[in-house]
Design a binder for this molecule. Sequence first.
Ligand SMILES: [Zn+2]
Length: 441
Amino acid sequence: MTAEVVELLRTLIRNACVNDGSIGSGHEVRSADALEAYLAGSGLAIERYSAAPGRVSLLTRIEGPDRRAPTLLLLGHTDVVPAESGRWRHDPFAADVEDGLVWGRGAIDMLNLTATMAVACRRLAADGFRPAGTLIFAAVADEEAAGTHGVAHLLDHHADAIRADYVITEAGGVPVPSREGPLLPLTVGEKGVSWRRLTVRGTAGHGALPFGADNALVTAAVVVQRLAAYRSPARILDVWRRTVEALDLHPLITAALTDPDRVLDAATWLHSPGLARVVHACTHTTLSPNVVRGGTNVNVIPDRVVIEVDVRTLPGVTAADVDAMLTDALGDLADRVEISAPDFGEGSMSPTETPLHDALTRTVTALVPGSRLVPQLAPGATDARHFRWRGIPAYGFGLHSARIPYTEYPLMFHGDNERIDVESLRLSCLLWERLARDFLA
Ligand SMILES: [Zn+2]
């Protein structure tokens, strides 16, 4: 089983389905073909859905007869973000295996899980698994952009094919040590994505006459400073409280991390810039000015500069709330700036009181004795949100060994030197297989 997952993962990495956000990128058809070839001969029928040339998503299912039994969708994506090979210790698309690690773009996000889901389905089918409910495996395109040519296309145009009662996709399950045994984070919700375009106006003029000029770039520089300095009020969500309380930290630290007035101070006590960022992101709606465009010639004072801001909202924060925060951040410059909203996707949460959560708990504690599931909010976005918006519980999970530390794991998403250990692949594969047997029996 382990060798099979490793080989399939290496194939998916080498296929290099790099999604740069343009419709002509991705080429996920390569990995749809590879998965179809891998599943051939197992008796599983393959469904292929194409949203645009090359943007192919693959589905397969083991259908049960009981209409009252649940349908579980194991949702993987086959696209990856670009990789800058000069900064990697191994070629990001060579899929080198060394010392029990598979290296490459997508090894964590999320070709590892996609490969383990495929292998588990093939094994279940080969074993003649006959559930009461239905198991669906989907390997979709375009997760790394908005899902337009992947999951959103399926939900809008092939709703019957992808209809499910529960969904599991990336990411979670990297053990966090605690006094009472390993904690396994289960992603139950994620922040919203709300991109804003700020247009700063000025008055054009000659670059040789700058005194007292109304230079849009100079105003934009102040705007960027204010956005960076802005702190939205902290909000302690129930899911954050549950995450922190499960960590068994010193009671004073737990109290501070769950107090909106002290949470940012407490974040610095952790002595880890990575963890401090997570603490901040899980308790605040964040603004990050990331793109600026403006100016034409070096001798012309610009009259227009555009700033693009990545706003990530806590669940419950609306588009109107975001506009109010931006106006607040801009202060007396607000009337110099025109705000447009190319995109708004609300944050999303799933309940933890579900039969799937119970089945996961049973399966996971059998595989990793002494472990506990702990709910978490993800700062980034995944395809799970499309299901949560439709009221379908969706979790992010996988089962990992302790080989890759939980402090390093989040940095590998879209980062350099992405890699996964072979034991984690084996564990996730076993998880899907046993979960299906428990939950869909
Ligand atoms: Zn991903």
